[in-house]
Ligand binder design. Structure first.
Ligand SMILES: Nc1ncnc2c1ncn2[C@@H]1O[C@H](COP(=O)(O)OP(=O)(O)O)[C@@H](O)[C@H]1O
Ligand SMILES: [Mg+2]
Length: 258
């Protein structure tokens, strides 16, 4: 597959690897609101790419297009070599199992215990597992996020940081190849945000995932990004590593780092 990127910038790891996501000429509008305009993007295997953009710039819309929750006006979105907008519902489902999504809101089920929340994706997608295997996976994921003792608790009994960890554990339980994080540290205090960033990086190494992280928490961005794409006016306006963009001559870009 062609990996040439037309966007100018320095990339920390220029080694050519497999493209797990490749977006070309993506356009997405709501009525007269043109949110994405010829957006181009590549995620290489094993990479953590941050998409940086102001509130309302289309970051969540981008993620929803990637997982097929929104249909773009035009353009291609290849995930593992399959063009998402062209897939049938069944084909889309088979790709989605491999793409974990951490919602900004966590989206835990309030009426279910932590265990039931974690079991939920398994009951839908891993019907071959027996009770013992389900329990093992639930406990493995809770150990991963340092919260095995919360297994019988309700989400309402958890702090914001704990809910984020549980949501992360639930995302990981299907062992996805790609994880899409929508503002994973927004609304958390700086220390908890740092802990979540560390956990994301640690689990990325453990399970060898590739990630897109939507964020404007610059501490999280600096810590986690192999590469940063700046989304401005619906396009991938600039791209590079943290230092490269921080020192960028264009104020639209370096102002994110002030
Ligand atoms: N389902 C929708 N219907 C209409 N407009 C939407 C919808 N989802 C997002 N938008 C609009 O698209 C723009 C980008 O939204 P979003 O991607 O949520 O921004 P953010 O970068 O803050 O995540 C905003 O102007 C928002 O109002
Ligand atoms: Mg958003």
């Amino acid at each position: 597959m062609e990996t040439e990127n037309t966007i100018q910038g320095t990339i920390r790891n220029p080694k050519r690897t497999e493209n797990v996501i490749e977006i070309r000429g993506l356009h997405m509008s709501f009525g007269s609101n043109r949110v994405l305009k010829d957006f181009n993007f590549v995620l290489h295997k094993g990479e953590n790419v941050v998409v940086l953009g102001k509130s309302g710039s289309g970051k969540s819309v981008l993620i929803k297009c990637i997982i097929g929750l929104l249909s773009p006006d035009s353009g291609s979105i290849y995930v593992f070599g399959r063009n998402i907008p062209e897939l049938s519902q069944a084909e889309l489902d088979s790709i989605r199992i491999r793409v974990g999504f951490l919602f900004q809101s966590n989206a835990l089920y309030d009426s279910m215990t932590v265990r039931e929340n974690l079991e939920f994706p398994l009951r839908r997608h891993r019907l071959n597992l027996n009770k013992e295997q389900v329990n093992e996976l639930v406990m493995e994921m809770l150990e991963n996020v340092g919260l095995p003792y919360t297994v019988n608790m309700m989400p309402s009994e958890l702090s914001g940081g704990m809910k984020k960890r549980i949501a992360l554990a639930r995302t990981l339980i299907l062992k996805p190849d790609i994880i899409l994080y929508d503002e994973p540290t927004t609304g958390l205090d700086p220390i908890t945000g740092r802990e979540i960033s560390e956990l994301m990086l640690q689990l990325q190494k453990k399970y060898n995932t590739s990630s897109i992280i939507i964020s404007h928490d610059m501490k999280c961005v600096e810590f986690i990004a192999d590469r940063i794409v700046v989304l401005i006016n619906g396009t991938a306006y600039a791209e590079g590593d943290f230092e490269n963009l921080r020192l960028h001559k264009d104020p639209l870009v370096h102002s994110f780092f002030d």
